[in-house]
Design a protein. Structure first.
Length: 278
């Protein structure tokens, strides 16, 4: 990837993190850890790769993205706002009464959301349905899904994995946010999902393991997806709370909102990093 493009996408990812934290702070509720860990993936997909049009959110041939780990909606909302689907000022209304931006994505009210999600495991099944529909209709759009590593404890994920392989859904790419932590702590101690790549491979998928914060590696994964003869599972080694020193690798920030002083520190750190990219 050209350096200028990489810097621009790093800026976008940082703004996604800032937007996610803005929403969570103003809601005094939400999930910062996993929202921050997927910002680089969202940056690349929404600002470099996906065939989408904010002026026509429902266009038939658009690429789709399903946030299967729906509790990290603040990051998705920030990406959609930056991409032009709605006014970024709405981010401050997260989880507020009468706001369109509630705790989980809502396809009926939020422009750019392709599937309502929240209950873990269900999003990847919906993504399979979209990919299968494209095959039936002879369409060439791509379907992306983002899952959490704790989400892999849901049996429905593996039913979907079996379905995708059986029907040859090589138009489906699943990014697994392998940040190693879920609400109860270390995923390997709660219900060990590893080796994640080998398990998806056993179900008939192609697999890759990448650094989920390295834009070159994200780009390489998407390039491999476009040539894949099977659905592709991209295991992304990520840092929960990425970009905020006191949140990084801390399970306690899975579902806690920062207070005023913590928010100002987080904002300051991210803004400093953003300024360093100029």
């Amino acid at each position: 990837m050209e350096q200028q493009k990489k810097v621009e996408l790093q800026k976008v990812a940082t703004k996604i993190r800032l937007g996610a934290l803005e929403g969570i702070f103003n809601a005094a509720s939400g999930h910062p850890g996993g929202s921050l860990s997927i910002a680089d993936i969202l940056s690349y997909l929404y600002f470099e790769k996906m065939n989408i049009d904010p002026r026509n959110p429902k266009k038939a041939d658009r690429d789709r993205l399903v946030l299967s780990k729906g509790h990290t909606a603040p990051a998705l909302y920030a990406a959609l706002a930056l991409r032009g689907y709605f006014d970024p000022a709405l981010l401050k209304t997260l989880r507020h009464k009468d706001s369109i931006l509630q705790g989980h994505p809502d396809m009926k009210h939020i422009p750019g959301v392709d599937m309502s999600s929240g209950s873990l495991g269900q999003g990847i099944s919906a993504a399979c349905g979209m990919a299968k529909a494209a095959k039936i209709d002879g369409k060439d759009y791509k379907v992306y899904a983002i899952l959490g590593d704790g989400e892999l404890e849901e049996g429905q994920v593996w039913e979907a994995a079996m379905f995708a392989a059986h029907y040859g859904l090589n138009n489906l790419c699943a990014f697994i946010d392998f940040n190693g932590l879920q609400i109860d702590g270390d995923v390997t101690k709660v219900m060990n999902p590893t080796p994640i790549d080998a398990k998806f491979a056993a179900f008939g998928w192609n697999t890759m393991v990448i650094d989920g914060h390295d834009l070159d590696q994200i780009e390489s994964a998407v390039a491999a997806f476009e040539k894949s003869d099977k659905p592709l599972a991209v295991v992304c080694k990520c840092v929960k709370g990425k970009g905020v020193s006191f949140m990084e690798n801390q399970a306690g920030w899975h579902g806690n909102a920062p207070g005023a002083e913590q928010y100002e520190q987080a904002k300051s750190e991210l803004e400093a990093f953003l300024a360093s990219l100029n």
